[in-house]
Design a protein. Structure first.
Length: 617
């Protein structure tokens, strides 16, 4: 069962109805502090049937006295075919059993010699009669979790349907893990990390008090448990096969501690809490979740992370993104953050922006449009900070180039055409050769220095800049790539000529319109027709040249259309093109360029968290 959307109204800071669309894997909720991000996670946690509203804290303050109607939460799920088949089979089994036990007296005597018509409640259910979706809701302070519809099914089927509901688990931020625990500290609700370790070791943390007294018997028990722990962890984390995990007594304080044998450390065993940030976060999160899952068994889980990586360095937050990707393979993950480094640039459409207005908390479902301007503004950041802590930096000529390159990477990842981890990647325009010279030197002096690549246009200006910077790029060992003869980045876009012409037409129409954001449909058609005609005699020239001519000659603009303005229109249009519907020839050209950039910057591939983390500890 997969959560598709949540509607929230009258809950804490959410006064009016707010709809949060949920991704099948990872959903990212961005926003400043104190704007209601955590409230969204808490609302989702009311999927857990044992939770009860508190009128004092959960009812929106402006709705006092309306506790019968609010808070109002609605959860919309889609069912898998396997789940629907299971429900259909159970319903039919119950109907068959009911028909078999029916008394002959229930059938009128005069009808016994005639064909008996089967009632609708006894006919077998077909799969197409089982709904593909299920909707649960809570309405009012005293409400329980209720199911909408499904009235034609037996109570046992509804009970089974409820069993498919995922359990919501909120994971709070933490700055360190405790890898030592006493019997009192192991109680439920305390030290989930060590409770998870005990479960992994085959021990019941709720019935382990005798283990904390050190004697020959408990030492052997911990030795056996260490073997179980080691074997269990190796099944999940094959990249850590050189590590050995041990549980030992700390007799002075009647505690049990976790230590690790690492071949890289000769003199002593090490603690998990002293490992790298990436290792600690993956190990801790996975272990804490294991403890929660053992305490609350469910068909699946909604993993709700409140400001994950809050205490991590940016490089650790980049690693954490891969941890969350790995956790989202079996379960859905939703996390809220105000950190720029927890934005997943590989998948921009997963992000939602939360803001607090005069009407309470509201949500913007597409903050990635218009170059993330609303997100950066909300987080108090500027675009100049985008190369901060980047591992791979591409220096381009024009201001529109970084917009296009980033959008192309994201779209090709979305199309499954390329497998790259671009959260450490950043592109920056340099305008002219002197700026590029300075940026190269500044980046080379950083500690640690990122890998740097220069991208030159294929026109005369690009050739001259390449010659101008040749000695410096060789000295600093920076890679470079020049586009094909006469071409610019606009010629490598995956949407082809038609989409680019639409972007130019759309931007020019907005410039000419008296109404903000109004688009003249005839101008869009004029742009497409103009580019098609121009292309017939300019096959080897850049479409950026056409856009200048179209703006001046056809649209009668005083100057050429802004390349940045056109780029913003283009990425908005690109997002609307369904996956698989891009121009095939244009996509190939785009991929060739992206592969050159990835090779020059050595951009890593996306891998599972265990592989990545254990390979770098």
């Amino acid at each position: 069962m997969q959560l598709n959307l949540v509607e929230i109204e009258g809950f804490r800071s959410v006064a009016k109805k707010l709809t949060l669309h949920i991704e099948p894997n990872v959903t990212v909720v961005l926003g400043p502090n104190d704007h209601g991000k955590t409230n969204l996670l808490d609302a989702i946690s009311f999927l857990n049937e044992e939770k009860k509203f508190d009128a004092e804290t959960d009812l929106n303050w402006d709705l006092e006295g309306e506790g019968e109607q609010f808070p109002h939460l609605r959860f919309h799920f889609s069912l898998t075919q396997q789940e629907r088949e299971s429900l259909r089979n159970l319903e039919n089994e119950l109907r068959t059993a009911k028909a078999a036990t029916a008394s002959p007296a229930e059938v009128p005597a005069e009808e016994l010699t005639e064909p008996v018509e089967i009632s609708s409640s006894q006919k077998p259910f077909r799969l197409d009669e089982v709904p593909e979706t299920a909707e649960f809701y809570r309405q009012g302070v005293a409400s329980a979790l209720s199911l909408n519809g499904w009235t034609n099914f037996a109570d046992e089927v509804v009970t089974k349907l409820r069993g498919f509901l995922p359990r919501a688990e909120i994971i709070e931020p933490y700055d360190k893990i405790s890898d030592s625990v006493t019997a009192a500290e192991l109680a439920q609700g305390n030290n989930d990390f060590m409770r998870g370790v005990f479960y992994y070791a085959g021990l019941d943390p709720d019935n382990a008090s005798e283990l904390f007294v050190q004697n020959d018997t408990t030492e052997r028990s911990l030795q056996n448990a260490s073997g179980k722990l080691d074997a269990t962890l190796k099944k999940s984390w094959s990249q850590g096969e050189a590590l050995r995990f041990h549980l030992n007594h700390q007799s002075k304080i009647d505690a049990i501690q976790l230590k690790i044998d690492d071949p890289a450390v000769v003199r002593r065993r090490v603690r998990a809490s002293h490992r790298s940030a990436g290792f600690t976060n993956y190990f801790a999160i996975k272990t804490i979740l294991h403890a929660r899952q053992q305490a609350h068994r469910a068909a699946s889980y909604l993993l709700l992370f409140d400001e994950p990586g809050l205490f991590l360095h940016p490089s650790g937050q980049f690693d954490l993104l891969q941890v969350l990707e790995t956790l989202a393979k079996p379960d859905q993950v939703i996390y809220v953050t105000h950190s720029l480094f927890m934005i997943n640039k590989s998948y921009p459409t997963r992000h939602r922006l939360v803001l607090k207005t005069n009407e309470g908390t509201v949500i913007e479902s597409k903050p990635f449009v218009s170059r993330w301007g609303s997100v950066l503004s909300a987080l108090g950041l500027s675009l100049s900070g985008t190369i901060l802590c980047a591992n791979e930096v591409l220096l381009t000529e024009g201001d529109s180039d970084p917009i296009y390159v980033q959008a192309c990477f994201q779209r090709m990842i979305r199309e499954d055409k390329i497998n790259l981890e671009i959260n450490g990647f950043s592109a920056l325009a340099t305008s002219n050769g002197k700026n590029a010279d300075v940026m190269l030197r500044v980046l080379s002096e950083a500690k640690p220095a990122p890998r740097v690549m220069l991208l030159f246009d294929g026109d005369q200006g690009g050739k001259e800049r390449e010659v101008e910077l040749k000695l410096l790029t060789e000295e600093l060992r920076a890679s470079s790539h020049r586009l094909d003869e006469k071409l610019t980045i606009e010629d490598y876009l995956p949407g082809g000529d038609e989409l680019y012409a639409s972007a130019v037409g759309s931007y020019v129409a907005k410039l000419l319109s008296t109404k903000k954001n109004s688009v003249n449909a005839s101008l869009l058609e004029d742009a497409r027709k103009s580019l098609k005609e121009w292309r017939a005699s300019n096959k080897n020239n850049s479409v950026s040249t056409w856009s200048e001519e179209f703006g001046k000659e056809v649209a009668k603009l005083k100057s050429a259309p802004s390349k940045v303005g056109v780029a913003r229109e283009y990425i908005a249009l690109l997002d609307e093109v369904p996956v698989g519907d891009l121009d095939k020839a244009a996509t190939k050209r785009c991929l060739r360029l992206l592969e050159q950039i990835a090779k020059g910057l050595q951009i890593p591939k996306q891998v599972s968290a265990p592989q990545r983390i254990f390979a770098t500890v």
